[in-house]
Structure formats: C-alpha cells, structure tokens
Design a protein around this ligand. Structure first.
Ligand SMILES: Nc1ncnc2c1ncn2[C@@H]1O[C@H](COP(=O)(O)OP(=O)(O)OP(=O)(O)O)[C@@H](O)[C@H]1O
Ligand SMILES: [Mg+2]
Length: 259
C-alpha cells in the first residue's frame, strides 16, 4: 500500500448517487472537503440530508466513491466510519433522555465501552478509571455553557440546549471530521451564537466540520467553503461571495427568498 500524498483532501467524493424508488435524491455528486469548516446549502428537498446520511454510512450509496483521508470508506458501516474518525452528531435519542447531561457526554467519550454505557443506563456505580472521562466531560460542559445543567435529565433541556449537548458529545468524541445537519434549526439567537462558537472551537482543535445549514448568515460567518446542492447535484462550490455573484446559484436558491 502506498502512502497518501500530503495534499490528500480529508474527504473526496466522486459520482455519489442514491435513489429512492424512481427518485434520484443524490445524483452523481462530486466534491472535496479540505477547509476547517465547510457548508452545504440548497433548497428544501435538494438531497442535503441524504448526502450527510451517505457520508456517515447510515445510508449506503447506489454508486460512487467516498475517500476519507485517502482511504475508500464507501462500503464501511456507520460505526466503522466513526471508528475511522468520521462521525455525525445524532439527536439525543429517547433512551438517553433519562441520563443526565453529564452522563450523556461520558457515553460519547472514545474510552466509553459497553460496560460504562450499561452501568449508566442501569444506574450501577462507576469505576474509578471513569473519573478521567468525567473530568473531561465537565470541562466540555463548562465550555458549551451547560455546566449548571450537568445533573439535569437530558430530556429536560430546551431544543437549543439539546443541540449544544449534541455538539458537546462530538467535542468529547473528537473525530477527525464531524457531520452536522442543520445545527441551528429551531435554536434561539443567543444559543445560535454559542453553537457557532463551539463549531469554531472544534475546528480550531483540528476536527474538520461539514454542516448542512439553511441559515445563510451562520454559513457566511462559519464556512470558508460552501457547496451548493440543487435537485441532487452539486451546482457550485466556492465562497458565499462567489455564490452571491453566481446567477445559477441565485436562481436555484439564493433568490428564492430563503436567503
Ligand atoms: N428515506 C427516503 N425515502 C424516500 N424518499 C426520500 C427518503 N429520504 C429522502 N427522500 C427524498 O429525497 C429527496 C431529498 O431529501 P433530503 O431530505 O435529502 O433533502 P434536504 O436537502 O435535506 O431537504 P431539507 O432542506 O428540507 O432538509 C426529497 O425529495 C425527499 O423526499
Ligand atoms: Mg434535510
């Protein structure tokens, strides 16, 4: 096996295609992700969430290739991609609503094993060696502004706080790349600023961020590179300034009033 050249992009997608029955939701998509924070924008139903699902492995592509750090991960299952360092944030599922905010972070840590998860879910006492994980989790909760909520049930958080907890889980897991689908949807302006701050911090600490987002002000502030998807295809790739000057992008999305 040859070593990947130094300029290999973190993520490189070619010919990615996925249909549902007669509908091709993602159609021959090709793009690279190299920047610290990359955005994906486009109209409703464009195929953005399907694209994220194909990248994370929760959906399998019909055809095309996904290279992550130069390795072909197209056929890997979601948990194998996560182990390779590519993971998406997931909504805190119902099962985890009855864990505390702190415990939700602890089960996301790379050191967390099935035993810790079982112990927390069954309310058994933690072992001493899990204390390090606790200290790290508390630091992250402090960073995201959820420290005061650490002992509350995750299920009692507001929508915006829940999104912050999801991001905090990604910070603790420290993947090479994190995928987020509309991290500011339904989040109030104060918490949107905090979500942005945390995504910046994640990028600064070396995790590449790829996010789908409808709030173009957020995209403008966060993303140095933006991929535009319409009707399942990538129609443009560049900065938001490039896109605002691009008639095809304005017609497909920016001019619709959503911007
Ligand atoms: N599991 C599925 N089964 C059938 N059709 C699907 C499925 N998931 C998505 N679709 C269809 O694929 C197309 C793309 O959907 P997708 O959710 O990826 O769009 P999106 O860009 O994320 O839209 P939005 O901005 O509204 O979130 C839509 O026409 C949608 O109805
Ligand atoms: Mg979507």
């Amino acid at each position: 096996m040859t070593l990947a050249p130094a300029r290999t992009p973190m993520l490189e997608v070619t010919g990615l295609t996925r249909s549902f029955g007669g509908l091709t939701a993602v159609n021959d998509c090709a793009f690279r992700v190299e920047d610290p924070i990359t955005g994906i924008i486009g109209p409703n139903g464009a195929g953005k969430s399907t694209l994220i699902a194909l990248l994370s492995g929760t959906l399998m592509a019909d055809s095309g290739t996904i290279l992550f750090g130069g390795c072909d991960i197209t056929k890997l299952a979601a948990h194998e991609r996560a182990r390779a360092g590519l993971s998406r944030t997931f909504q805190i599922s119902r099962q985890f609503h009855t864990l505390s905010v702190l415990e939700n972070l602890m089960v996301a840590a790379p050191s967390a094993d099935d035993r810790l998860v079982a112990a927390l879910l069954e309310r058994r006492t933690m072992r001493r060696r899990d204390r390090e994980t606790t200290v790290r989790a508390l630091e992250v909760l402090d960073d995201v502004g959820l420290y005061a909520k650490r002992n509350d049930y995750a299920g009692s958080l507001s929508g915006g706080q829940m999104r912050l907890l999801e991001i905090a889980r990604a910070i603790v897991a420290a993947p090479k790349m994190v995928l987020l689908d509309e991290p500011t949807a339904g989040v109030n302006p104060v918490l949107i600023a905090r979500v942005e701050e945390q995504l910046h911090r994640m990028a600064d600490s070396g995790t590449r961020v790829l996010l789908v987002e409808h709030n173009l002000k957020v995209v403008e502030r966060l993303c140095s590179h933006v991929i535009v998807v319409a009707s399942g295809s990538v129609i443009a790739s560049g900065t938001m300034a490039d896109h605002r000057a691009n008639d095809a992008v304005v017609r497909a999305y920016l001019g619709t009033g959503e911007a």
